[in-house]
Design a protein around this ligand. Structure first.
Ligand code: GTP
Ligand code: MG
Length: 570
């Protein structure tokens, strides 16, 4: 999400038993020194603090998604059109001041004018998303009544522009409330049914908006509505409400009807929706607490003489642990040693284009410089320094995502290796004590470094300037021009290699930090288990009480979940 949302964030209300569950888990982690629960605990806390619910509109291209949001916002904010338009996720929410931001794929954020968003989200102005925009965020003071909601416009599905479909599909898991736009012309396809089925994996709250109702007369509309309801009922038994809608004058009553329903679901129940997701996370957290406590309890029951053996069975010997640590180090080492070659290969593929761009520009300027040798040299030097800086900055920004990719890859591999280690521990506690210890590794997130400052360094030896007045330009013009052309090629080559090394120097410390975090987590888990396994039998009564309370809390979380009306899975 874009950073400005944090400014506006207010802690949402968390149901009493959910905050009790969170507090209890934190207390258990402290009491038994279960330091390895820290990342999961932190992720639950962060989610509980989040204050907005996403209301996203999906559907086939040209279904009228952006037009609907414009109508709801009472202004022509989003671009609409007769050919596929929306190519980027656009999030619109409340903010005290009207503002808009672009979030680029590489992580950079840029503030833009609200009426300039089309330049970034419109397929025609940003074809195939060449600007590499990840999302656009808009804050509007007029959305005060929808404070808890963030409206999301998505690119149309199933257009010939596959990249637009991918953007929307990738975003699906973030959905809160889903609105599926289906035009009356033709109404509801098998693809729409598939879309609803997919959305259903992430949200129980789906509404169908039957758009362009004005294209039919009253009787026709009633027939289409009836048909759509019938089709939906084949899979979802009345669980998906259908609302006819039109942006045209004369259909205010339909718009009002839908907005009222949205208000009810989205505003009045947004905290309820968030609570459902939070409960799922807390259930996982408490299950992990119970796992650790069961291990402690079982090991407490073992005789002192056996305990040492149990410990060895579960944690293995020192060498085994060292091997696990080495596996983590090797992941980072492998990524780190291949950084430079990867970057060089990437930039090599851009060399020809950069050179051509600079040569082109040089060609245009050369006629103004070639009257004297001195003028030619100084003008060239000044120009090439500026031009190469611009070119390198452009490449660095454009490929920021590619430069950061190894960092994300290392994060995923480290998390997976730690999870494998956890799974092995779980199998071994099952063998040794008869209880599994199922725990989840929270993804290791890299610290994203800033792009490097572009440094060009010294380009030329200036001594030849001293004799420059002696050189007769008309005679050497051709030689000088060729020399400059070679210099351009040389400067591009050198600076691409310099850029690769600058990015390498930025990424390496971030990799080291991730390695440290991964090793720390492994050590934490081992230390936690050592402590729990060593805990003497006198703690048993307290552990039993805590286990019981954890299970009671989980039962109330599940009860709350069951009380929520949900769309049954087809
Ligand atoms: N008659 C009629 N036309 C509509 C209505 N809503 C949208 N349209 C038209 O349908 C076309 C597509 O509208 P958009 O809002 O761009 O559709 P979209 O779903 O956002 O399209 P993509 O962004 O390309 O996926 C435009 O020409 C709109 O004028 C409506 O209620 N009635
Ligand atoms: Mg659109």
């Amino acid at each position: 999400m874009l950073s400005p949302s944090v400014e506006n964030a207010q802690a949402p209300e968390v149901p009493e038993f959910s905050s009790r569950a969170l507090g209890f888990a934190a207390q258990l982690a402290r009491r038994y020194n279960i330091s390895s629960l820290r990342p999961l605990l932190e992720s639950c806390r962060t989610f509980a603090r989040q204050d907005t619910l996403n209301v996203a509109i999906f559907g086939r291209f040209k279904a009228g998604k952006s037009s609907f949001l414009n109508c709801l916002l009472r202004r022509e904010l989003l671009p609409v059109g007769v050919i596929p338009v929306t190519s980027v996720i656009t999030e619109i929410g409340y903010g005290p001041r009207e503002r808009a931001w672009v979030q680029y794929a590489g992580g950079v954020t840029e503030e833009i004018a609200v009426d300039a968003i089309a330049e970034f989200v419109d397929e025609n102005l940003n074809p195939e998303n060449r600007k590499k925009v990840a999302s656009v965020r808009v804050d509007l003071p007029s959305l005060e009544e929808f404070r808890a909601i963030r409206f999301v416009d998505t690119p149309g599905l199933e257009s010939v522009l596959a990249h637009n479909t991918d953007v929307s599909r990738d975003w699906l898991p973030n959905v809160g409330l889903a609105i599926v736009a289906v035009g009356v012309d033709p109404p509801l396809s098998q693809r729409d049914i598939e879309l609803i089925r997919e959305l259903n994996l992430y949200t129980p709250k789906i509404t169908l908006l039957l758009t362009k109702a004005d294209l039919l007369d009253e009787r026709g509309l009633a027939q289409v509505e009836n048909y759509v309801r019938k089709q939906l009922n084949r899979y979802w038994n009345d669980a998906i409400p259908v609302y006819p809608y039109s942006i045209r004058p004369g259909f205010e009553h339909l718009r009002e009807q839908f907005e009222n329903a949205l208000h009810q679901e989205g505003v009045a129940r947004s905290s309820q929706q968030r609570a459902a997701i939070l409960n799922r996370k807390l259930d996982t957290l408490l299950a992990e607490c119970s796992g650790y406590l069961s291990v402690a309890l079982k090991s407490g029951e073992a005789a002192d003489s056996e305990r040492q053996q149990v410990r060895r069975k579960i944690l293995g010997d020192r060498q085994g642990l060292e091997d696990s640590r080495l596996a983590l180090r090797l992941i980072v080492r492998h990524v780190s040693t291949n950084l430079r070659t990867g970057y060089e290969k990437l930039l090599e593929s851009r060399e020809r284009e950069s050179r051509a761009r600079l040569l082109d520009e040089f060609e245009q300027r050369w006629p103004q410089w070639n009257s004297s040798f001195r003028l030619a040299v100084t003008s060239f030097e000044e120009w090439v320094t500026r031009a190469i800086t611009i070119e390198m900055t452009r490449l660095s920004n454009q490929h920021r995502g590619d430069f950061l990719e190894p960092l994300h890859r290392a994060g995923r591999q480290l998390s997976q290796t730690l999870q494998d280690f956890r799974n092995r521990i779980s199998e071994r506690t099952m063998e040794a004590l008869g209880v599994p210890l199922r725990t989840t590794e929270v993804e290791i997130e890299p610290e994203i470094p800033r792009s490097p400052d572009i440094r060009i360094g010294r380009l030329f030896d200036r001594e030849w300037e001293l004799i420059s007045f002696l050189i007769p330009m008309p005679l050497v013009k051709g030689i000088v021009e060729n020399h400059f052309r070679r210099r351009i090629a040389d400067v591009v080559f050198k600076n691409l290699s310099r850029l690769a090394s600058q990015w390498e120097q930025k990424i390496n410390p971030a990799l080291t930090a991730m390695e440290k975090e991964a090793l720390g987590r492994l050590d934490d888990l081992v230390a936690t288990l050592e402590r729990l396994l060593a805990s003497a039998g006198q703690q048993a009564p307290q552990i039993r009480r805590d286990l019981e309370e954890a299970e009671q809390l989980r039962a109330s979380l599940r009860q709350a979940q069951a009380a929520q009306p949900a769309v049954p899975h087809p």
